[in-house]
Write a protein of this length. Structure first.
Length: 305
């Protein structure tokens, strides 16, 4: 049961995103300077060196081979959301996109997840760009993602690189009906749900009853925004258990690789005002379902210290 909970944990985040998309329009107040996160962009040569140094510390367990993953996904698809599909393996580390084989459609170890059956899924595929293997995301009025369920681990440093060919001009991440982004990176955390407010506990119970899936205790989401200032910390329009940090914004850096390094513990404190629990999953998503628009983006390697 615990393994199944981790396998579905980021799909629980999707419950909040779905409900946010159905929420009435709400305009967020201007960003509070106290709620502004530090800048995180770093030189991509520095990023590459730091990620390479992490590669000298192999995972505690091997990533399942492509055939095993494909078989598990086929069984899950056949069983459907209500079937008793086998849980995805909990990994010690995030599999690198750059080490993936182009013979696979998706990187081994990364699992697909959907918001709901009524939404068109975003297309993800491995591609070679700038002499390295990355994940290519194409969204057309769509929303879905990829994630890795992890063994509980401490919140350390998070590093990643990404690129988009443009922003979603009518998107605004502070408003539910326009809450889309060309690039998102999720980090899900465990915690004591009994300590949450009654409103949040009811939200979690509604998610469990309607989907059979549990939401994580809290989720940090790093996004490429369109209107909000870089460093803004925003609450999801439906639940404040999902907080968004704008790390790139606007068109200044479109069509170029952006590399980031974040202190998860510091960001969690900034967003939630307390120390984080253990990291239990990481995921990515490109979505344009609320604005009925298109987006094309690329995700490079993601690494956790």
């Amino acid at each position: 049961m615990a393994a199944r909970r981790y396998r579905l944990v980021l799909t629980g985040v999707a419950v909040a995103l779905t409900l946010a998309g159905c929420a009435s329009t709400q305009v967020s107040p201007p960003s509070d300077p106290a709620k502004m996160a530090a800048a995180s962009a770093i030189d991509c040569k520095v990023f590459a060196a730091r990620v390479a140094s992490q590669q000298s510390h192999p995972a505690d367990e091997p990533v399942p081979d492509a055939l095993t993953i494909a078989n598990d996904q086929a069984i899950e698809a056949e069983a459907g959301d209500d079937g008793d599909a086998p849980p995805a393996p909990l990994l010690a580390n995030l599999p690198r996109f750059s080490a993936a084989s182009l013979q696979s459609r998706l990187p081994v170890g990364w699992q697909p997840w959907t918001i709901n059956r009524n939404k068109t899924p975003t297309r993800y595929a491995l591609a070679e760009v700038d002499e390295r293997v990355v994940v290519h995301a194409q969204a057309d009025s769509s929303a879905s993602g990829l994630y890795v369920p992890l063994r509980d681990r401490d919140a350390g440093m998070l590093r990643w690189t990404w690129k988009t060919n443009g922003i979603i001009r009518n998107a605004d991440n502070g408003q539910g009906p326009r809450e889309d982004a060309p690039l998102r990176l999720f980090v899900a955390f465990d915690g004591d749900k009994g300590s949450l407010s009654l409103k949040d506990q009811l939200m979690y119970e509604m998610a469990r009853l309607t989907t059979g899936r549990e939401m994580p205790y809290a989720t940090l989401m790093y996004i490429w925004g369109g209107k909000r200032a870089e460093g803004s910390v925003l609450s999801n329009p439906h639940t404040d258990r999902v907080r968004m940090i704008v790390v790139d914004t606007g068109t200044k850096h479109t069509n170029e690789w952006r590399c980031h390094e974040r202190d998860l513990r510091a960001d969690y404190r900034k967003a939630f005002g307390t120390d984080p629990g253990r990291v239990i999953a990481v995921g990515i998503m490109t979505d344009t379902d609320n604005t009925r628009s298109t987006a094309e983006s690329w995700y490079g390697d993601i690494a956790l210290d």
